[in-house]
Design a protein around this ligand. Structure first.
Ligand SMILES: [Zn+2]
Length: 179
């Protein structure tokens, strides 16, 4: 087998995009010197989310695969690193599917519920009023939901649990609110 075929066999795919993603995931790429292969620069989160200006967040370039590197790749895959990466991707996709409908319900409850309906009708709001305080609490709850839905670090079950609790808390605020 030539080098390309061995790479494809080790990574179990012939699709160029997937080969690139899998090589990157397993660390077979030349790191961008500016961000050290992270794609973001620490401490610059306030500018374009910290995305590295040098590599545009791509982390670097695919390494030119030599026979030695292919041997290293095959050894790495033999340790189960590829399976771990694929399992992680699957878990993230599952979490996304579980989160999406719940997040939509939360957004609607937040936007069209009693608290924000009343809030949007007011011009000047006393910051000590029950309405203002309820809106503050409800916004904080939605921040929690947004963070949980976006982090991509939690399992589907964890995210669903937090989002379900958050939805119930937002509903309780709306149900308990009388203007
Ligand atoms: Zn970079």
């Amino acid at each position: 087998m030539d080098i390309q075929q061995r790479i494809e066999a080790a990574l179990k795919t012939k699709e160029p995009k997937r080969i690139k993603a899998r090589l990157f995931a397993l660390g077979f790429f030349n790191k961008c010197g500016k961000c050290d292969g992270k794609g973001v620069i620490d401490g610059f989160g306030h500018i374009a989310n910290g995305v590295c200006f040098s590599c545009g967040g791509s982390k670097g370039r695919v390494a030119r695969m030599t026979r030695e590197l292919v041997l290293e790749l095959e050894a790495k895959v033999a340790t189960g690193a590829l399976e771990a990466y694929l399992a992680h991707n699957k878990a993230v996709a599952e979490a996304k599917r579980a989160i999406a409908p719940l997040k939509l319900t939360i957004d609607k409850e937040w936007q069209y519920g009693a608290v924000h309906t009343a809030f949007s009708k007011k011009r000047d709001i006393d910051q000590t009023s029950a309405l203002f305080l309820a809106a503050t609490r409800i916004n904080k709850l939605r921040d929690v939901a947004n963070e949980k839905a976006q982090s991509g670090k939690s399992t589907a079950a964890e995210a669903v649990e937090v989002l379900t609790q958050t939805l119930a808390a937002i509903r309780a605020e709306n149900d308990g609110f009388t203007s």
